[in-house]
Structures are given as C-alpha cells and as structure tokens.
Design a protein around this ligand. Structure first.
Ligand code: NAG
Ligand code: NAG
Ligand code: NAG
Ligand code: NAG
Length: 369
C-alpha cells in the first residue's frame, strides 16, 4: 500500500514538473486496416473466398470497421481540440496509391467528420451523416516505384552469415511448411514465411478456421515472421528509405504552423513498412515488431503558456479486436514532451526530400542479386 502511495506521489510530482501544454496540431499516420490475403498458394483452403471483396489485397468490411472505430476513438480523444466540422483549411488527408490505404483513410474520416447543418447534402437518412472528404495521393512514400537502394540493402542482410545460419537452423521446419502449404518459394527464402503468417492473421480476423498445420506451429511461424521482418529494418538507412519522405511531410507540416498554416489535422494512410521505418528512424522506445493492421503513430505539436513548443509522439499497435490504445513513446532518447527544437534536430538527418535520388543503387553491377 505504501509502495502504491509512493508511486502515486512520485507520478504526481513528475507530472508537476512537466509544463502544462495545449495541442496546436495533430498528425496521424496509420497502416491500412485488415485486408484480404495478398497471394494464395497451392494448398490454400480459402482461395476463392476473397473474390467477394474484390480479390487480393483489398480492405474488407472488417478493415473498414477497424478504421471507423479508430476514427471514433480519435474524435473523442481530440474533441477539445479539433473543430467539430470539416474545413478544407484545417483537415488534410493523403494516402499511398492503393485501394486499401485510400479506403482506410476514408473509413477513418467518415467517423471523425459528420456534415454540419450547412454541409448537409443528402436527405436520405442512410447517408445523412456521411461527408465526402478529399484524399490526395502521397507521392513521396510511393512504394509502387521500387527503391533500388533499399532492395540492395535488404539483399545484403538476407545473405548475411547470421541470416543464413538461422535459415539453415530452420530448414527442417521450412521443409514441413513447404510440404503442407505447397509453397515452394519458401525453399532457401525463410522470409517467405510471411505468406503463411499473413494468411493466418487475415483468416483469424475474418473468423475463418486456420489450417491445422498452421495452428500447430503458430508461435514458431509468428516468431519467424517477426524476426525476418526485423531484418528488413536493421539499419537506419533502411528505415529512412521507407519513411524519411513521410517524416519530411510531418516536419514540414509543423514548420508551416509558424508561417500562418491553419491546419489542425493531417492524416496519412500507409503500409507496414512505412510504420516500421518510422519506428526505426525515430528510434522510439516501443518494441520493434511487424506493425498490426491499422497501427501507426500520432504526432502532437504542443505549446505551453510561455509559447515554448514541444512534440509528443504516440504509438498505436493494437490488434483489430482489441481496444484502441495510444501509448506515449520517446523519440530517440528525447523526453516524452520533446522540445520542438530538439525534435527537429534529432530528425534533421532522417528526412528524405528526393526519393528518386536516395533510392539509386550504390553497388552498381550487383543489382540483380
Ligand atoms: C435506408 O436503408 C434501409 C436498410 O437498408 C432501406 O430499407 C431503406 O430503403 C433506406 N432508405 C432510403 C431512403 O434509401
Ligand atoms: C497439400 O497438402 C497435402 C496434405 O498435407 C500434401 O500431401 C500435398 O503435397 C500438399 N501440396 C499440394 C501442392 O497439394
Ligand atoms: C536510440 O535511443 C536510445 C535511447 O532511447 C539510445 O541509447 C540509442 O543510442 C539510440 N540509437 C540511435 C541509433 O540513435
Ligand atoms: C543538433 O544539435 C547538436 C548539439 O547541440 C549540434 O551539434 C548539431 O549541429 C545540431 N544539428 C543540427 C542539424 O541542427
């Protein structure tokens, strides 16, 4: 009891040390919601199940609901800050050029903004609380253009001694997975386990029975999936190539607040590699795993009474069926309430302004690895 009381006082004391601040700008980046599988394979029980949702890689109703609920949560959380209604000088949304990210942003926004009296446009009661809000294409994080430099670094990691040793150690297990799934591309490519891990996560989210061989080896599959995913983000450069452009947007949006921007909210619909890359370059204090569907970060620009500015960053990584939670994280060892100048300093060499240039291969002649 004494311990609890002490902790209580300590927490209170620490809180008193922090200046009282108000929000000035909120920016949310998130991975798209739950989708259909990306590819099938010979022994896939549900090969044709996804046709009704438009086939592979499409946001499903489960994913739409996931982002809608995050939107409700977000609206409540920022109800004292966000204007109650959409205005084109205050709200900006962007997405990569994929159906699933665009639809995720639309689902999210449909929960955050309902039409005001003046914005009412449809007397059909089924549509009366829907307001169409523009979503623009995020050019910088376009992963439709392959980043050659990233491919190069990833190939280097995947041919490292450590990686190959792990693969040899897992060979027997991989052989079993090949036999059961019919996925021959798992041979000598342990990272291809993502296909089975992803299928399991997607099926669970849609209440489909997961194949027995996957259930029987569930933890091992997920552990391998997380591990090979981490290998894709070992170095800072790998993080920067995936998310430095997005971070540059975030930083520019902050800077524009000091030259008259009226913006309140920026929303970015992206992918797991962008969320993971952001975690890598911000060197946040949370554990590195493959980001869940609809996971991401929230950046708050805050101001105290003496006009000192700070950045506070939150991580969201709950599963589709868990409550939405934003956890405060530290950016690269800065305080949780990170002074703006320090935040800008810590991120200054992580920004990407010219995606094309930074993505050029360096090991010329080895591009075909
Ligand atoms: C609203 O939706 C319900 C249920 O789908 C439907 O029966 C009804 O006709 C719709 N109303 C209008 C005005 O379209
Ligand atoms: C599918 O699974 C069965 C039973 O485990 C196995 O015999 C078969 O080789 C697997 N592969 C294909 C491509 O059907
Ligand atoms: C990441 O942050 C930790 C402190 O949280 C620090 O010790 C470490 O040096 C940082 N890494 C990099 C690459 O900046
Ligand atoms: C960041 O801060 C350090 C220490 O104050 C300073 O040496 C460095 O030049 C700063 N970097 C930038 C880009 O402002």
């Amino acid at each position: 009891m004494l311990k609890i009381t002490l902790i209580f006082y300590l927490v209170n004391f620490l809180n008193c040390e922090e200046p009282k601040t108000d929000i000035v700008l909120v920016q949310a980046i998130f991975r798209h919601g739950v989708r259909s599988i990306l590819i099938d394979y010979p022994n896939d029980t549900f090969r044709t199940y996804w046709d009704k949702y438009g086939g592979y890689g499409q946001l499903t109703p489960v994913g739409m609901k996931q982002l809608y609920e995050y939107g409700i949560f977000f609206k409540n959380r920022y109800s004292n800050f966000l204007s109650p209604y959409y205005h084109n000088s205050k709200v900006f949304a962007k997405s990569t050029d994929y159906d699933r990210t665009i639809q995720s942003v639309l689902s999210f926004l449909s929960a955050v903004y309902k039409p005001s009296k003046d914005q009412e446009w449809n007397s059909n009661p089924n549509l009366s609380d829907y307001l169409p809000i523009p979503v623009r294409i995020l050019e910088l994080a376009s992963d439709k253009t392959k980043c050659e430099r990233y491919e190069e670094l990833r190939n280097e990691m995947r041919s490292s001694h450590e990686y190959l040793a792990l693969q040899a150690q897992n060979q027997e297990f991989l052989n079993l997975m090949i036999e059961k799934s019919g996925l021959t591309n798992l041979k000598n490519n342990q990272y291809m386990i993502w296909q089975i891990a992803d299928k399991a996560m997607v099926e669970e989210a849609h209440n489909l029975p997961v194949d027995k061989y996957i259930q029987d080896n569930y933890n091992k599959i997920m552990e391998m999936n997380d591990h090979t995913f981490q290998i894709d983000f070992v170095t800072d450069e790998m993080g920067k190539l995936n998310s430095g452009g997005l971070l540059n947007e975030i930083v520019n949006n902050i800077k524009k607040k000091f030259i008259g921007s009226k913006a309140e909210l920026f929303v970015y619909g992206v992918h797991d590699n962008n969320v993971a890359g952001m975690q890598k370059i911000l060197n946040t204090s949370n554990k590195f795993v493959q980001p869940e569907f609809a996971s991401g970060f929230v950046f708050e620009l805050r101001k105290d009474v003496e006009n000192n500015y700070y950045v506070q960053v939150f991580s969201k990584n709950n599963k589709f069926n868990e409550p939405n939670i934003l956890s405060l994280v530290k950016v690269n060892g800065c305080d949780e309430l990170c002074p703006l100048n320090k935040f800008l300093n810590l991120t200054s060499n992580k920004l990407v302004t010219n995606f094309k240039e930074i993505c050029q291969a360096k090991f010329t002649g080895q591009n075909e690895l």
